[in-house]
Design a protein around this ligand. Sequence first.
Ligand code: BYC
Length: 319
Amino acid sequence: MIEKSENIASLEEQFNQRIANGETIEPNDWMPEKYRKQLVRLISQHAHSEIIGMLPEGNWITRAPSLRRKLALLAKVQDEAGHGHYLYSSAETLGTSREEMFDQLHEGKAKYSSIFNYPTLSWADMGMIGWLVDGAAIINQTTMAKCSYGPYSRALIRICKEENFHKKQGMEIIATLIASGEKGKAMVQESFTRFWWPTLMMFGPHDSNSPNSADMMKWKIKLKSNDELRQRFIDMTVDQALAWELRIPDDKLKFNETTRSWETGEIDWEEFNAVINGSGPCNHERLEARRNAHDNGKWVRDAARAFEEKQRLKNKSAA
Ligand code: BYC
């Protein structure tokens, strides 16, 4: 028994050394159980965010204002499904099956990004998701693309390339609406006012209230803290919003000349906690839509499995 724990201690020491050296950890490498658990939690939560994130935008495919916009939105929503696939595959390398992850999501036990529990009420929201939501995701994910776990890091590199297109198409929708005149600009302002605070919540609680951050940063899964990334996003986005002459819905917003950074008022953490714990404006609707999609897709999964089995038997008899 003593020998066993000494062995684990030495494996853990070697593991920590590899992390300190900036090495990448691969699926068959030894890793502490807690590292594995944190990764499955993070990657599956991210995968669920991509899949649930298809719903608020999917809501506007039939109502896109032109064929060009419809094609771009369809492609974007399809990309999000692809991101979900890369991420579920990457989490599966840690020994948790896709079925288990789906079950956790459908039973309401797994989290997904708070932002997708808000409704999309106007076409401007499609621009806002690209500009703000994809913009926030890019800031978070380009940093994590350098994380210590190989499969997640490689998935993120590819995801970020596609998210950059998404952000640009969102900004183009906004620029077009603003250039169209007063009505278009008012539509953008109304959407911006609704999305500003929920987007800042995407980065998670303050560092001092983030129970997972210490482990995540020690193991270089997260390379920047929640507050650091949020601040980076605020500094970039406030300047963009001002260039579009949008009003930022924060009376306390001010520029700090010493830090050369924007200071905001406080996020409504009560609202954040309600949303991540299942009581946001659309939590129920999103999970219901997701469960229905899963049930309706059963025949496709059954057919794919039957095909796979047929191929397996064919290959066996040919061998
Ligand atoms: N929403 O200790 P903390 C996209 C939870 S989709 C919900 O700081 P951590 C797109 C957190 O999980 C991309 N839950 O946690 C798709 C934890 O609870 P558990 C979305 C949140 O992990 C379609 C608890 O609060 N991006 O781009 O160190 C269309 C304490 O937090 C949130 C990702 O998923 C939240 N906002 O840091 C358009 C990025 N914040 O798990 C676009 C991957 C916190 O202990 N995720 N919680 O029960 C992350 O980077 C990190 O998980 C977070 C939180 C920064 C979000």
